[in-house]
Design a protein. Sequence first.
Length: 253
Amino acid sequence: MQSLSKEERQQLILNHISEVGKVDLKSLSQKLSVSTDTIRRDIKEMADQGLLKATRGGAIAHSPIPLHFRDREKYDVSGKQQIAMKAISQLKDGQVVLFDGGTSTLAIAMNLPKELQITIVTNSFPVANVLEDHPNVEVIFAGGRLSKFGFNTSGPDTMQAFENIRADICFLSIYAIHPTVGITTRQYEDALMKKTMVKTAKRIIGLATLNKINTAEAFYICPVTDLDMLLTDATDDQENLTIGLKNMGIDVR
């Protein structure tokens, strides 16, 4: 193979990640006819620029999801609707359910049947606002410091509110999920809140559109094996994208 410039190598690495979701040092060094140290330096430089997520022995894609709530609200709306319908089928009267500050949990809140009688504990202002007029849902709001990006609360007061609840279900909106890296997010305080929710609920149901699968971010929440179920918008011909999670015993629907 003709010798490539650093810019050409890095573009090929990004192209490969966009196609298959990950790269490894050994195969890239063989494909590009350079040393693994050269590839490692390329990956570190691109990771420092926020173009990918470096891992042991390679790299994987970042989640493509926008950071600000208003941008995420408009992102992949149809996929979230599919997930919301699957999530609602897991609910029954009398349950206590945690809703985090994601737009997927907001989609669930917007579609809850009027006859459903449950208690929802949430740190999300949009979720609480949507449920204001629901005739049979009791809402407990976990107060704290408002995030202007996520329209949700965080901090010691919020964490304490979740720690005092033993919920039947936690609906966990996922920003990025990878079989080996785990469930991660882009914001430190968001990770802390979700860690607490995962620890206190009996069942953890993850919510992730397909574009979040096999991606990773900086702040760790929990291993994928903490999930009791993962709800996605995958069609029958897209099941190969979730095979890594299924192989780890995750109930993917």
